[in-house]
Write a new protein. Structure first.
Length: 724
């Protein structure tokens, strides 16, 4: 009998399956069998309620999830599944638009632009309007336009609203949409936006789809954005037969447009809604579930639920505190090998999670040294990332000017106004004179573009440095003089920040190399990198260990999970520590990571960590401090003592006068502690040396202050609105 059959369900799942009419919120905790429940519900509608398969619309968030659901339903219903729509939001919208977009004056044979196509068109629109990329970069503008579309906002809606948006952005957005129409194209976000426009401008089309789809089911509802919300409201307005499945504790995609309000306010949007909680977990041990709940229960706005399992007890969560990031990586690699060898856990059943991509480099090195096979899930190996390959190409050309492949890769990276025609001219000249590309570029530079002269000068400066300076210094200089950092800094997007961090991590890698070599050189470092990136992955019949960011881990499960870099300023991330909503999302992200583990959960941190080209000294994550001591097995040389919490009033009226600095509490100003300053606002202590504190402030950067002029605050107490 299939696991998706009605008889295999628990009591709450059965109630959810049988509640077929009216709005239904299935609050499904991690590992609680939501896919099984949705599948059984579709089967029940067709078999027991005699609902035509063509009247059912199931919406998911990934093609993989849609295909899995189709496969499960096919096993239950056979050929009856043919007319059921099981799609992603974008897939369903595309199908609707192909049939009916002509009803709003657009061509049904439209093409879909990918991100690269869209960016090129936005650049052209900026040039035509005269918007300088010094005011806003094309990539940042593309990001803003995408966010506006995810909010369901058209250029016309923005012009008539009170939204505070730069007029240049609105003008480019409007022209961009006109140019898309001229080219008979939609971008990815337009699939949703145009579906909303179709429903609102062609009522007879909306009536058709309302009549067809009498039963709506939505998976991962906590990840919906406002555009998706509007589509669902339009489709469900008459029959109200909408079933949404989700978990507010797993809402972790606010940064890409998802809004948690959709699931938190579902019962306000649909007053007659029924809510059913799926709290029995089929994945993790009770200790893991209880520990994860201790972290997520501190989120300010959440639906009340607590997971439980019939698998009582379980192994304690291991907390390992290492001296540095290298020791942490060694511990992870060693423990994975022990679990594989002694407990027979396949490599593919183990995963390593980290908060930022830059953390992967050290862990990769340690896994390679230990002979542990691994793969980077949802991302490139560290040395295969574009920004890393670009810097390495500059350095290769500086050492070996005959490297024409490297030279052509970066001659116009970042943009220097060097087009294909110029590159072709240099290549033709080089071939005619029998010299290499860089030599030809040097000879032709005075008569070509200014950009060619700049490129030749950069290579010359780097070549001189490689003969005298340490590799780490050369790399740090290359990041600056090439313009790669400057270009990314202007973007101000999450992606650009991560790419800058990755480049800085390359400086750290070179520093480690220098410490371990008697005669370090730039050429030697390049050789080492070539060996690391060129080595074939270790093959193993069971598959490799998975490495990924916490964000990519949602929906997966593993026998053993390693959560690396559990330190304040890293996880929770420094960009999130001073905002209540951002901190809540960090807590949910930690909860997601913890609940991926079935049996073994290891959490590690380093007392000092070299990352982004600098050394950080952070205390262990406050999320570890949330976990009761009885749940934790301490390894390494740490004594388990959860971080003490100070109850400090954060209201402005409590701020001390200049003549009366706030009284310091003894032994509380340790690195990683968070403080308030009346001028610089929120900050985190980096060092404490004889009552002189080195503090990183969100508004003021790094400062040195007397400890009496800052106030500690309690990160676990309610935030005062408007302050954090």
């Amino acid at each position: 009998m299939s696991d998706d059959s009605f008889e295999q369900l628990n009591s709450e799942q059965k109630i959810a399956v049988k509640t077929t009419h009216g709005p239904l919120l299935i609050l499904a905790g991690a590992g609680s069998g939501k896919t099984r429940t949705l599948t059984a519900r579709v089967t029940h509608l067709v078999r027991e309620k005699n609902i035509s398969p063509g009247n059912i619309l199931v919406l998911t968030f990934t093609n993989k999830a849609a295909e899995e659901m189709r496969s499960r339903i096919r096993k239950q219903l056979g050929g009856q599944t043919q007319n059921i729509w099981i799609h992603t939001f974008h897939g369903a919208s595309l199908r609707i638009l192909r049939r009916d977009i002509d009803k709003i004056g657009l061509d049904n044979n439209f093409v879909i632009y990918d991100a690269s196509d869209s960016l090129s068109l936005i650049k052209k629109c900026m040039r035509d309007i005269g918007v300088s990329d010094t005011k806003i970069t094309p990539r940042n503008l593309a990001f803003k336009i995408s966010n506006m579309k995810n909010e369901g906002l058209t250029p016309q809606a923005l012009e008539g609203s009170n939204a505070v948006i730069d007029e240049h952005i609105v003008k480019v957005y409007a022209l961009y949409q006109d140019r898309l129409k001229e080219n008979k194209a939609l971008d990815f976000d337009d699939l949703l936006l145009s579906t909303i426009a179709l429903f609102e401008q062609a009522p007879h089309v909306l009536d058709y789809y309302r009549g067809r789809f009498n039963f709506l089911m939505v998976d991962e509802y906590q990840d919906t954005n406002m555009a998706q919300y509007k589509i669902l409201k339009h489709l469900s307005a008459v029959h109200n037969n909408i079933c949404v499945v989700g978990d507010d504790d797993q809402s972790i995609y606010q940064w890409r447009g998802a809004t948690i309000r959709n699931i938190l306010e579902f019962e306000n949007d649909y007053p007659s809604a029924v809510m059913i909680r799926l709290e029995e977990n089929y994945r993790s041990t009770q200790i893991i579930l209880d520990a994860a709940w201790q972290v997520v229960k501190r989120v300010e706005n959440r639906k009340d639920k607590r997971l439980w399992t019939k698998r009582k007890g379980g192994e304690k969560i291991v907390h390992y505190e290492s001296e540095d990031e290298i020791a942490e990586g060694r511990y992870i690699a060693k423990t994975i090998e022990e679990l594989h060898r002694e407990k027979g856990i396949p490599y593919k059943e183990m995963a390593i999670f980290y908060r930022t991509h830059a953390q992967s480099r050290v862990i990769e090195d340690m896994l390679s040294q230990a002979g542990v096979p691994y793969r980077i899930y949802g991302g490139l190996r560290f040395y295969d990332r574009k920004e890393i390959k670009d810097i390495m190409a500059y350095l290769r050309v500086a050492i070996s000017p005959a490297d024409s492949v490297g030279a052509k890769r970066v001659i116009n990276t970042p943009k220097r106004g060097i087009g294909k025609a110029t590159v072709d001219k240099i290549e033709e000249y080089a071939a005619g004179k029998g010299i290499f590309f860089m030599a030809a570029a040097g000879e032709l530079a005075p008569g070509l573009t200014k950009g060619v002269s700049e490129f030749v000068s950069i290579i010359d400066r780097l070549a001189k440095l490689t003969n005298t300076a340490k590799p780490s210094l050369v790399i740090a200089k290359a990041i600056e003089i090439t313009g790669c950092r400057e270009e990314l800094s202007r973007d101000k997007t999450k992606e650009s920040r991560e790419r800058i961090e990755n480049m800085q991590e390359l400086v750290t890698a070179a520093g480690v190399y220098e410490e371990n070599m008697d005669d370090p050189s730039m050429a030697g470092f390049l050789d080492l990198v070539a060996l690391v990136s060129g080595t074939d992955d270790v093959t193993d019949s069971s598959g490799p260990v998975t490495m990924m960011t916490f964000h990519l881990s949602k929906g997966l499960e593993f026998e053993a999970v390693f959560m690396a870099g559990m330190e304040d300023m890293l996880f929770p991330h420094q960009n999130s520590m001073f905002d209540r909503e951002d901190m809540d999302e960090e807590r949910r992200l930690c909860y997601v990571g913890m609940t991926r583990a079935k049996v073994h959960l290891h959490m590690s941190n380093a007392r000092q960590r070299r990352i982004y080209g600098r050394t950080q000294i952070n205390r262990s994550s406050q999320f570890i401090a949330d976990i009761p001591e009885d749940f934790v097995l301490v390894k390494g040389d740490r004594v388990y003592k959860p971080t003490k919490v100070l109850h400090v009033d954060l209201r402005p009226k409590k701020a001390a006068k200049d003549s009366e600095p706030p009284k310091k509490e003894e032994n509380q100003y340790s690195p990683g502690a968070k403080v308030l300053h009346k001028v610089f606002g929120e900050g985190v202590i980096l060092k404490n040396e004889e009552d002189k504190l080195t503090i990183f402030f969100k508004r003021g950067g790094k400062k040195k202050l007397a400890s009496g002029y800052v106030t500690l605050y309690n990160p676990l107490s309610p935030f005062v609105k408007g302050e954090f």
